[in-house]
Design a protein around this ligand. Structure first.
Ligand SMILES: Nc1ncnc2c1ncn2[C@@H]1O[C@H](COP(=O)(O)OP(=O)(O)OP(=O)(O)O)[C@@H](O)[C@H]1O
Length: 261
């Protein structure tokens, strides 16, 4: 990973110090419970990953923490410092949500502009270099590939420097090498922050997550967390990580589908 004198301030310089407790969460759409009685604690400064089959409710759970689920919703979110979570979250959606009329650089500094703050263009340029978009800073989103849009959205999320970061499949559109590079970048820039990340990739979850939960069933339930050892980004060739991958695939139902085949 490149490192320059202008490297953005890393989260470990200012770690997140409050736990976030979600209790008795319930979300229903059209009268059907996606989940109910769901509890999940995000420990201060730790990286939690959510895995599960498509449609199980991962994005809904992530969006619940972001306060973005509307309608038939109940439950509580409490921070251990007794300050509301609202306003302390950076959220990266599955869709890149880049504004089409703004350049990549202008999209990355959008948060500051909307808050009427002076954008830190130096930090934005550094992050664009880190995500491999230095030469695309002045392009509009329509001129980018899907993977480039996702990298721009990641740079915008990392730019925000919030204590809590929620990311929905942030690397899904990337080729394998860019995926590994950006996982490394995320691990480095987000170290010390409280992160919740949704992914379909068990190895990505084990590479980055301190706690990895599988969601299964309907209504959805959280399986007990798997807790890979050591600091992220972890070596995915490590035999212990590979054993945990097998465990996660088992929780996801791999044995059942092999049996069915
Ligand atoms: N706003 C909504 N209105 C109605 N139904 C919704 C809404 N949002 C999500 N759902 C439904 O809730 C269920 C869970 O959706 P969600 O997007 O959370 O799943 P997911 O596990 O993230 O899926 P994927 O891995 O495909 O992204 C799905 O059946 C989906 O159709």
């Amino acid at each position: 990973m490149r490192s320059t004198e202008h490297a953005p301030q890393m989260a470990q310089d200012n770690p997140t110090r409050f736990d976030i407790a979600l209790r008795a969460a319930r979300v229903a759409f059209n009268g059907v419970d996606i989940f109910h009685d769901l509890d999940l604690t995000l420990q201060a400064g730790s990286f939690t990953c959510l895995l599960g089959p498509s449609g199980v409710g991962k994005s809904t759970l992530l969006r619940y923490f972001a306060g973005l689920v509307e309608g038939d919703v109940s439950g509580t979110i409490t921070c251990s410092d007794n300050i509301a979570l609202t306003g302390r979250v950076a959220y990266m959606a599955q869709q890149d949500l880049l504004l089409p009329w703004r350049s990549v650089l202008e999209n990355v500094v959008l948060g500051a502009v909307l808050r009427h703050e002076k954008p830190d263009y130096e930090k934005a340029s550094h992050l664009l270099t880190e995500v491999g978009l230095r030469d695309a800073a002045n392009l509009r989103p329509a001129e980018l590939s899907g993977g480039m849009k996702q990298r721009a959205a990641l740079a915008r999320t990392l730019m925000e420097d919030r204590p809590v970061v929620l990311m929905d499949e942030p690397f899904s559109a990337l080729d394998p090498l860019n995926r590994l590079r950006l996982q490394e970048l995320a691990a480095q820039v987000l170290r010390g922050k409280t992160v919740l990340l949704v992914t379909h990739d068990p190895l990505e979850a084990l590479r980055l997550g301190d706690r990895v939960h599988v969601l299964t069933g309907s209504p959805t339930q959280l399986q007990d967390a798997i807790t890979p050892k050591g600091q992220s980004p972890r070596n995915i060739a490590d035999p212990e990580i590979l054993a945990q991958q097998a465990e996660l695939l088992g929780q996801l139902g791999a044995e059942r589908s092999e049996g069915a085949a």
